[in-house]
Design a protein around this ligand. Structure first.
Ligand code: GUN
Length: 280
């Protein structure tokens, strides 16, 4: 049996650290506030937004909630972001994606002041990561780095293969693994002979968005397998991009779904809300 990486426990540890930091800040008269914007009422987004607000409450971060109608215009949303940018009481601005199709996500992300971009999605934040400067780190890949580090898994010098090249996970993940001195390969839908590339990986990070696609023939004996996917299978049970039962006996460590990468995204969002107050 592999070691199961417990994302729930590690995310709880991070939230506890944030909570401690917030209480120290409160003692000095400093309050931390996250503005959370949702446009429309996509049920999955409502669940995510609800969980983010709950995590804020747990950590002592005030969340300011903006639930806007589906018909909200792009200019109305940009105007709200403009106001929140200027509001000194607001530390972070989160606009839940996806947005309705009449609103440009690129424009909205670009409108957020870089000093409040706690999602780390802006060109500014990703650019800072690319050149090794301080800045907000995209929460899911940053959470994966924490999962590896806090499980004492060596990254430096190891072969890391990432499947998926999205702006939210694959690309920033590659930059973060490079920053940790891994040798990094990024695979995608045009990769020829995927299994031959993935079977080189000491650390395999899977973010393809296809339920249980990664079976044991994609995995090297003893690899660390990180599963970013989340889906419902035919029995309405949650599953990932990795076929857990098929892969588990071949790897050394694996993240489960649920309870692996998922909880880390919100924990790192909480971390980003206080990161400007942390030393280093
Ligand atoms: N939609 C899916 N994941 C995310 C996320 O991490 N942040 C935001 N803002 N929207 C999302």
């Amino acid at each position: 049996m592999p070691q199961i990486i417990d994302g729930k426990a590690i995310s709880a540890q991070i939230k506890e650290e944030v909570k401690q930091k917030v209480s120290e800040l409160n003692a000095k008269g400093i309050n931390v506030c996250l503005a959370v914007i949702q446009v429309g009422n996509d049920p999955a987004s409502s669940v995510y937004v609800g969980n983010k607000k709950k995590a804020c409450e747990y950590c002592g971060i005030r969340s300011e909630s903006y639930e806007l109608a589906e018909e909200t215009s792009e200019s109305e949303l940009l105007e709200l972001i403009g106001r929140l940018n200027k509001d000194e009481a607001v530390d972070g601005i989160l606009v839940q994606l996806p947005l309705p199709s009449h609103i440009s996500e690129d424009k909205v992300i670009a409108a957020i002041d870089p000093s409040k971009d706690v999602d780390g999605f802006s060109v500014n934040s990703v650019g800072a990561l690319a050149v090794g400067k301080k800045g907000f780190r995209s929460c899911t890949p940053a959470g994966i780095i924490e999962l590896l580090k806090r499980s004492n898994i060596e990254i430096s010098g190891r072969e890391c293969v990432i499947i998926g090249r999205s702006n939210i996970v694959g690309k920033p993940m590659a930059l973060m693994m490079l920053e940790q001195n891994a040798t990094v390969t990024v695979c995608h839908s045009r990769t020829v002979d995927l299994a031959s590339v993935t079977s080189r990986a000491d650390i395999l990070i899977v973010a393809i968005g296809r339920p249980r696609m990664i079976t044991s023939e994609y995995v090297k004996e003893g690899a660390v397998v990180i599963d970013v996917g989340i889906h419902r299978n035919e029995n309405n049970k949650l599953c990932g991009d990795v076929d857990f039962d098929d892969v588990k006996d071949k790897c050394s460590y694996i993240t489960p779904v649920p309870g692996g990468v998922g909880p880390m995204t919100i924990a790192m969002l909480m971390h980003n809300c206080v990161s400007r107050y942390l030393e280093n």
